[in-house]
Design a protein around this ligand. Structure first.
Ligand code: GCV
Length: 697
């Protein structure tokens, strides 16, 4: 890295479109080291995937080294060798090694399949992008999970449920014409090993299964095939009624089974490598087999049987609640655990990382490790519905790694599914830093044991630059960022304290929604005596859903980690924490710690201005400023509410909220994403970017 310090990179105009595949010119000393090992790209195959690999290598080499590679077998050539039968490595794996053949130094990228070559090519480019030596290579890599899928919650009208980066990338009016952006999307995904994309929202519209849409879906599948990306669709369980003319969707009805078989055959006629279906059933108003008194297994197996002859997969979501009065976080486990062993081989049960709903922090879902005879996918949310949406900087690699490391999760996994955070904003994700979570999702899908810090560093180098004076502070900021959000939103195991419906901003006081578990008060259980949800034996006993040793640790106040205290226990405000402080004091200190972390992120980012291009710097600075205002708002509104119950003074040195509780309760946010039309009556108070000040009229 000493080479870098001598030649700081010039900051040129950038808008974030290129993501982490920027391929900017490397510093002269590195060019001198790299150029002799990237003089040519040689391959015998002209398959579309090999052409994509060649094109990417060429693009990277021209961009970074400024020289056009030839296609001659010469000193310094990169040889792409597919179908070489590398023992012990699977289909997607690659090996990269340096060799000397007939006196010529060469770099050989070898794989069992063409797609392995594409992955290997991206890995080779990554070495240059992150300034690693490439003259004595011998490395190989294979994905630990075979299926690595993005789930888009894109609606057919172009809106995106919980999307904060513009409209859908799929322009149904324009399709089957392929916009070049769809190819850049495929390149980005292939570069991080993503190999499947569900195009439409799990709150599905059956129209996607009609011939007119399927022809457009087939065009996307054709365009992405060279990049190893299979297309999947969310299927609406009641489609046989809505588009099939049947009077029922009962999975045991032979007419329904025949309709699905016919539909699946029709899809495979158009898309021979169609990935399969994703289904949200009997959840949040979606239809499902329980409507006909059938089980989730009956429903999933019926669809799986239709897909099986074509080797299609059926992803069935375990996100269910509302069918009982029991603690919401217990309901998925209670419904699905008894079905272990009843699903077909091509069914994957898709389970959210935690048992509630993508909160800033949850313990791992107890189904992981406890469905030994069922194939599982871990579903995470890349789009930050509950972590400040696209304003707050929250790198999620740390959060997912926490879930993946817990409860033997990686061993029981077949797949990772990530709810996509992309839209048609120029930089894809709204916030530049949200690109990092997309990147981390792919890298963790490839290797769930990968270090989130290493991933953050890789992304930073590829996205912002290799200058250590920039890499170190950005990585430090990212590594702390999610914990900061936890601290100023829902510290110490609190959850779901967000505003009704849009989930934007604090609303811990809400207690009047018809479905009990939609209310923040349901989760905090806060009253004059204390706070927290008793999930031990004296309460809902959700803790008993974990394996014995984990359950014991969580159930015991002496061993439960502070991070999960209020998730599992209801404790008095004066409860003495391990730190020696009372719970009340600790709570306030955590809120303030979160806010001060965001203050420091603002300072760090400002100091990086000379090293970062103006547009991306300014955009990020504006979001960080807004984040700070919102972090303070979260802190102040939450403390004002808890204090109205605890009646305790703030610990010394911690400032009281600048407004009354009523002021925070009166704020309305009808223009945040999720609402289709602005409905703010004139005169409503709102929060300005400057902090706790009413907006100008
Ligand atoms: C697609 C949460 C979100 C919903 C989402 C649901 C799900 O409840 O708020 O928008 O619906 O999760 O995962 O199905």
């Amino acid at each position: 890295m000493a080479l870098l310090a001598a030649t700081p990179t010039a900051a040129v105009a950038e808008d974030g479109y290129e993501l982490w595949l920027r391929y900017r010119s490397v510093e002269a000393p590195w060019r001198a080291r790299y150029a002799p090992h990237a003089t040519a790209i040689v391959t015998r195959s002209a398959s579309p995937t090999m052409r994509a690999a060649q094109a990417e290598l060429r693009r990277g080499i021209v961009g970074m080294l400024g020289a056009e590679p030839s296609n001659q077998l010469q000193s310094g050539a990169i040889i792409l060798r597919s179908r070489v039968r590398i023992g012990g490595l699977g289909k997607d794996a690659y090996r990269i090694r340096s060799a000397v053949v007939s006196g010529k130094p060469l770099t050989i990228i070898a794989a069992n399949s063409d797609i392995g070559i594409l992955y290997g090519s991206f890995a080779f480019l990554r070495l240059l992008q992150t300034r690693q030596p490439i003259d004595r290579l011998d490395l190989s890599s294979r994905p630990k999970l075979p299926l690595r899928l993005l789930n888009h919650w894109d609606n057919l009208d172009g809106t995106i449920e919980r999307g904060y980066a513009g409209h859908s990338l799929w322009n149904w009016a324009e399709l089957p014409q392929i916009h070049p952006r769809l190819i850049d999307y495929a390149r980005a995904n292939a570069s991080i090993g993503i190999n499947g994309v569900v195009l439409n929202n799990v709150n599905a519209n059956a129209q996607i299964l009609t011939p007119a849409y399927l022809r457009k879906v087939a065009a996307i599948a054709d365009a992405w095939r060279p990049y190893g990306i299979r297309v999947y669709l969310s299927a609406r369980f009641s489609a046989p009624i809505e588009i099939g003319g049947l009077g029922t969707a009962d999975p045991l009805d032979p007419r329904v089974q025949k309709w699905w078989r016919g539909k699946v055959d029709e899809i495979y006629q158009l898309i021979p490598d169609f990935g399969g279906f994703l289904v949200k059933a009997n959840s949040e108003g979606q239809p499902g087999p329980q409507t006909y008194r059938r089980t989730h297994a009956d429903g999933a197996n019926m669809l799986a049987d239709a897909l099986a002859p074509h080797r299609g997969m059926l992803f069935w979501r375990a996100f269910v609640y509302g069918g009982s009065d029991d603690d919401r976080v217990k309901q998925a486990f209670d419904q699905f655990r008894p079905l272990d062993g009843q699903f077909r081989r091509n069914v994957v049960l898709q389970v959210k990382n935690g048992p509630l709903d993508f909160q800033p922090r949850e313990p791992v879902h107890p189904l992981f490790g406890q469905m030994p005879r069922t194939r599982l996918a871990m579903e995470v949310q890349i789009t930050t519905e509950y972590l400040g949406q696209s304003t707050h900087l929250a790198y999620l690699g740390t959060m997912w790694s926490e879930a993946l490391c817990s409860a033997a999760a990686p061993d029981s996994l077949l797949a990772m599914a990530g709810v996509a955070n992309t839209g048609n904003d120029r930089n894809w994700t709204g916030s530049h830093f949200d690109q990092a979570s997309w990147f981390a999702f792919g890298r963790l899908g490839w290797d769930p044991t990968a270090e989130p810090r290493a991933i953050a560093e890789e992304w930073t180098r590829m996205t912002w630059g290799n200058n250590p004076r920039l890499v170190r502070p950005i990585v430090a900021m990212m590594m702390r960022s999610r914990e900061a959000v936890v601290d100023y939103m829902t510290p110490l195991g609190l959850a779901h304290q967000m505003g009704t419906d849009h989930h934007y901003g604090p609303a811990p006081w809400v207690c009047d929604l018809p479905q009990p578990s939609w209310n923040p008060c349901y989760y905090s259980r806060a009253d004059a005596q204390g706070i927290g949800f008793d999930r031990t034996r004296s309460g809902s006993n959700a803790v008993a859903q974990y394996t014995l040793d984990v359950a014991r640790r969580f159930a015991d106040l002496n061993s439960v980690p502070d991070e999960y205290l209020l998730w599992f226990h209801h404790v008095p405000w004066a409860y003495r924490m391990r730190s020696g402080r009372t719970l009340w004091d600790e709570l306030v200190i955590r809120y303030d710690r979160g806010v001060s972390d965001v203050e420091s992120m603002n300072r760090v980012w400002a100091s990086l201005a000379p090293m970062i291009d103006a547009q991306r710097h300014a955009d990020t600075a504006a979001r960080l400023k807004q984040q700070l205002a919102e972090a303070r708002w979260w802190r102040n509104a939450s403390i004002a509410y808890w204090q109205s119950l605890s009646k305790l003074p703030l610990p010394a040195g911690h400032k009281p909220p600048p407004h009354t509780l009523g002021w925070y309760q009166a704020l309305r946010f009808e223009t945040v994403p999720g609402f289709l039309s602005p409905r703010i009556p004139p005169g409503w108070p709102c929060l300005s970017a400057q902090g706790d000040l009413p907006c100008a009229p």
